[in-house]
Design a protein around this ligand. Structure first.
Ligand code: ADP
Ligand code: MG
Length: 293
């Protein structure tokens, strides 16, 4: 979730609560929401969730991405590895509209041109991003953080002006269970462990039911046990969501790929190798630029 979305969500939640306190009723205020990206349903009929082609990003002549091409299938869990500076985060910046490439095309499904959408719109059409540092509301409870994430979603914001529906409550419960935080529902987020905060942020993303999830070094700083549980969580999301996971932790990548899934190695802004983890680990160039460090 982008900080802007979180702010919008916080504002919406505050307004909703104010209104609840004043008259307990819902107004006809939903009209202005939900229009911005109507008609932007991704077309996944061809099985491709994300398609990047020939993407080049230059910073003062230095190519952070250099003719990068990559396709991720619907429901696929794709791990991306590569040395620092390879362009992994920049790739996510391009997908989420934070950085505009100089060249290339990027589409979501067969029909949505990501390069023509603004950052908030990209989040709204179903691309969720987890940054390295958890950005949860420390002073709010686990439950309230998830409630807030729901409010940040334009599709459901209108209904939040009335009351949480049973379906929404169920969804919050489901997500809390998924992220292992159900027993901590009323706990202040600031008191959670680093790993639990990371899970909460993932839960906040899940509240918006993204079709594609981008996770940048999600287990950095986690304990071994938290890392293992995170892998289990991602494996349980595979299929219903497409996931792109950037990680340096090879044990984690091994757990996620289960011996057969495709791993992409980025180096100097482009794809250096693709294959199973065993295949790329045996690739001499990959060993030289990354694994052999
Ligand atoms: P990774 O995530 O794989 O470590 P990044 O995508 O963060 O790599 O960075 C790729 C390269 O682009 C690095 O050399 C980095 O210094 C450079 N870079 C990234 N963002 C910027 C920026 N805003 N301005 C200048 N250089 C940048
Ligand atoms: Mg990075």
């Amino acid at each position: 979730m982008t900080p802007e979305l979180q702010e919008a969500g916080a504002a919406a939640l505050a307004r909703w609560r104010e209104k609840q306190a004043v008259d307990g009723s819902s107004g006809g205020r939903s009209a202005s929401f939900g229009r911005l990206v109507q008609g932007h349903e991704p077309d996944f009929a061809h099985g491709v969730a994300l398609y990047l082609d020939d993407i080049t990003v230059s910073f003062d002549g230095f190519k952070a991405l250099n003719a990068l091409s990559l396709a991720v299938n619907v429901g696929e869990l794709r791990c991306i590895i590569g040395p620092n500076g390879a362009g992994k985060t920049t790739m996510m910046d391009v997908i989420t509209g934070k950085t505009r490439p100089d060249l290339g095309t990027a589409s979501f499904g067969a029909n949505i041109d990501l390069l023509r959408l603004r950052e908030n719109d990209i989040a709204q059409i179903g691309i969720g991003r987890k940054f390295q540092k958890p950005t949860v509301y420390e002073q709010l409870s686990v439950f309230e953080n998830l409630e807030l994430a729901l409010a940040a979603d334009r599709r459901v914001r209108a209904s939040l002006f009335s009351r949480l529906t049973g379906t929404q409550l169920d969804r919050i419960g489901e997500v809390m269970t998924l992220i292992h935080l159900a027993p901590e529902a009323q706990r202040t987020a600031g008191l959670l462990s680093h790993g639990q905060k990371q899970w909460l942020e993932i839960g906040m993303l899940l509240m918006q039911d993204p079709k594609l999830l981008l996770l940048d070094e999600p287990v950095a700083g986690m304990t071994d046990e938290e890392t293992e549980r995170t892998a289990e969580l991602f494996l349980s999301l595979e299929g219903q969501h497409s996931l792109v996971v950037v990680e340096h932790d090879m044990k984690f990548v091994d757990q996620l790929t289960e011996g057969w899934k495709k791993v992409t190695v980025l180096h100097e802004g482009r794809v250096l190798a693709e294959g199973t983890l065993a295949e790329v680990q045996a690739n001499e160039q990959v060993v030289e630029v990354y694994l052999g460090r």
